[in-house]
Design a protein around this ligand. Structure first.
Ligand SMILES: Cc1ncc(COP(=O)(O)O)c(C=O)c1O
Length: 390
């Protein structure tokens, strides 16, 4: 049969990246003891009160077709949430509810990319970015972040990467995989370039609530003068440990949302109302679990660094936000991928190779902070021991 080109454009952009994780799962199924640090899935349970709202609302009949944009009660909450966050009035017409940040990203690029358009990605970047850009025919253009500068921005490199074909910049702060949080100055510099070259700024803010002490979350959406070109994509997957709910949204200009609503309706025809009720509840209350999660990621990051501290061949920095640490294994002479496979097969520790997140992740492992201190220290000692023996 004759298929459309989109099936080719995204073919193979997913599975290779997960080869280490998949082998780890197979080994565990065969009875081997493994420590999994490969997937960025919050391990703490969500706040029971949010689950109660979802269950109650489902039973109360909130199971009918919903508005394509979002339920009114959720739009009110989102408007209040972003008005508080940005310090200016954000209207209820500035949102689209979608199944997670992933769908928000995919819908955003469908709405702004023509075949051949270039999209700048900061490299290393989240594993699905190549696919969301490539699906509508866009060309990902990686701009390297310097590991020796904590994976922060090199403005000159960014400027050099912009061509007449550039349509958008995709940023993700706090970052998966790097753990970097872009400073207000970095975000302002990116915003200035977007304005100068008339670019969209797609801002993946799924880790916005996970910013560690000494760092502050800044979004380009905070700047009113950028509002027409900023598309924020976010969700409650990480902030409230509810990735399976698939509750996310776009926050953007009212014009963008009105233009893009028919695109998202074509795909979805609305989302479950009872889950929107749970999202509205989640975003309008404080939960001890959120702070506990943040504190836990910091403690686990410290445990990892402690376990690595004796090594002169591997190193890592505390993340500024998010739930990942990049471990630098370049001094071993192995690629991140070769190191990750040996770590899996010889030590039973499963990490993602840095290369799974672009060439900018070369010579690194991405460690997800999803196990507790003792196990994290054990994994770190295994990494240091392997590095010492290479
Ligand atoms: C940077 C980044 N963006 C998006 C996603 C997907 O999030 P969601 O569950 O909201 O679709 C993830 C999940 O790991 C992520 O790390």
């Amino acid at each position: 049969m004759r298929y459309a080109e989109i099936t080719q454009r995204v073919a193979g952009l997913g599975s290779d990246k997960w080869a280490v994780h998949i082998e780890g799962k197979n080994r565990r199924a065969a009875g081997e003891k493994m420590i999994f640090l490969s997937i960025g899935e919050p391990d703490l349970p969500p706040a029971p009160a949010i689950l109660d709202v979802a269950a109650r609302q489902m039973k109360a009949g909130r199971t009918r077709y919903s508005s394509g944009q979002a339920e009114h009660n959720l739009l009110e909450v989102l408007a209040r949430f972003y008005t508080k966050q940005t310090g200016r009035v954000i209207g209820e017409d500035q949102f689209l509810f979608l199944p997670g940040t992933q769908t928000a990203l995919a819908v955003s690029f469908l709405a702004i990319i023509e075949p051949g358009d270039e999209v700048i990605l900061f490299d290393p970047y989240y594993a699905t970015y190549e696919a969301v850009v490539s699906a509508p025919g866009g060309k990902p253009v990686p701009v390297k972040l310097d590991p020796d500068n904590g994976f922060h921005l090199d403005l000159a490199l960014l400027e050099k990467a912009i061509t007449p074909k550039t349509k958008a910049i995709l940023l993700n702060s706090p970052s998966n995989p790097t753990g970097a949080v872009f400073t207000a100055a970095e975000v302002a510099a990116i915003g200035a370039l977007a304005r100068k070259h008339d670019l969209w700024l797609v801002s993946d803010e799924v880790y916005a609530t996970l910013v560690h002490e000494g760092h502050a979350f800044t979004s380009p959406f905070f700047d009113k003068t950028l509002e027409e070109r900023v598309i924020v994509c976010s969700s409650i997957s990480k902030s409230h440990a509810l990735p399976g709910f698939r509750c996310g949204w776009i926050a953007a200009s009212a014009e963008f949302c009105a233009r893009v609503l028919p695109v998202s309706e074509t795909l979805l025809f609305g989302s479950p109302a009872f889950l929107q009720d749970a999202t509205a509840f989640a975003l309008s209350h404080e939960f001890a679990e959120t702070e506990k999660m943040r504190a836990l990621y910091v403690a686990r990051g410290r445990a990892l660094l402690e376990g690595l501290s004796g090594s002169n061949r591997v190193s890592a920095h505390m993340p500024e936000g998010g739930m990942f640490v990049m471990v630098d294994v370049r001094k071993t002479g192995l690629s991140g991928e070769a190191f990750a496979f040996r770590l899996l097969r010889e030590k039973g520790v499963v990490c993602m190779p840095g290369e799974s997140f672009g060439a900018g992740g070369a010579g690194h492992l991405r460690v997800a902070l999803t196990v507790d201190g003792d196990e994290m220290r054990e994994a770190a000692r295994a990494i240091a021991a392997l590095a010492a023996g290479v």
